[in-house]
Design a protein around this ligand. Structure first.
Ligand SMILES: NC(=O)c1ccc[n+]([C@@H]2O[C@H](COP(=O)([O-])OP(=O)(O)OC[C@H]3O[C@@H](n4cnc5c(N)ncnc54)[C@H](O)[C@@H]3O)[C@@H](O)[C@H]2O)c1
Length: 253
């Protein structure tokens, strides 16, 4: 998949799926703006790409801050010369309170869509990719050991935020498709990243999560990055409004 000549803004680029995607986009030939609330992590990702001879910049960005998101989009054009791809990937797992989860996972994506789609439409088009989740498509399977109220609330907030990202993806795909902006989402299964470290630390829980994936393993961040690179590329030129599970068959049940 060639991303030659494309300039991409990736949120949550300091870790996990976002960092792997920054690397993958670079390998495809793209310039990358690495945005993260953790500036040090974003800089580390960008430095790595630059050391490999690529073109990357870093910026501190809290995706909850709509004006900051707008500035980051314009800043990408200033720093890299263009904006062709926006990967709304930053997110938190099931853990923080309801408001925090919804503000980062849902408002954060909306902020990117709100300014990013318009900006790219004005500039002739582009591709937006949102990171949803299998838990935006199917109900969360409770972990063994019975329901734990607090955890159920946390998972509920996460699933609600990702289900909303699925519908936002469809809405923006419909409203911006004719303006040359494709909007799609990835729905990863459980992926080996820092986000799932706590879950994977408990061997029983990890085995249970593995058993939910028909391929008998968890996913790797690079496997999500490959799918993101495809949706970002011109090879996906007629793909719009799709929610693509990258889940080893999890949602095929
Ligand atoms: N890991 C999984 O199993 C899995 C499964 C499905 C979906 N996802 C989704 O994939 C995305 C990436 O997750 P990951 O697994 O790579 O997690 P991760 O924790 O490794 O990375 C998330 C990154 O987002 C950044 N971030 C958090 N809040 C932010 C904010 N307000 N503004 C900007 N950046 C912020 C963090 O600093 C971090 O660098 C998330 O949207 C997550 O919900 C992950």
């Amino acid at each position: 998949m060639s991303l030659q000549g494309k300039q991409a803004l990736i949120t949550g680029a300091g870790s996990g799926i976002g960092r792997a995607s920054a690397m993958r986009f670079h390998q495809g030939g793209a310039g990358v703006m690495c945005a993260d609330i953790d500036l040090h992590a974003a800089e580390d990702a960008a430095n790595h790409i630059n050391q490999l001879g690529g073109r990357a910049e870093a910026i501190r960005l809290d995706v909850r801050d709509r004006e900051a998101v707008r500035q980051a989009l314009h800043g990408t054009i200033e720093a890299l010369g263009d904006l062709n791809v926006l990967f709304n990937n930053a997110g938190v797992g099931a853990g923080p309170d309801w408001d925090t989860t919804l503000r980062i996972n849902l408002d954060g994506v909306y902020n990117g869509l709100y300014y990013g789609c318009e900006l790219m439409a004005e500039r002739g088009g582009g591709a937006v990719i949102n990171t949803a989740s299998i838990l935006g498509l199917v109900g969360p399977t409770p972990l063994p050991g019975g329901p734990i109220l607090e955890r159920d609330y946390a998972v509920g907030a996460y699933a609600a935020s990702k289900g909303a990202v699925v519908q936002l993806t469809r809405q923006f795909a419909l409203s911006h498709g004719s303006r040359g902006v494709r909007v799609n989402a990835l729905a990863p299964g459980y992926i080996v990243t820092p986000m799932t470290a706590l879950l994977r630390d408990a061997p029983e829980a990890e085995q249970f999560l593995i058993s939910l994936h028909p391929m008998g393993r968890l996913g790797r961040a690079e496997e999500i990055a490959n799918a993101a690179a495809f949706l970002a590329s011109d090879e996906a030129s007629f793909i719009n409004g799709v929610i693509l599970p990258v889940d080893g068959g999890y949602t095929a049940r």
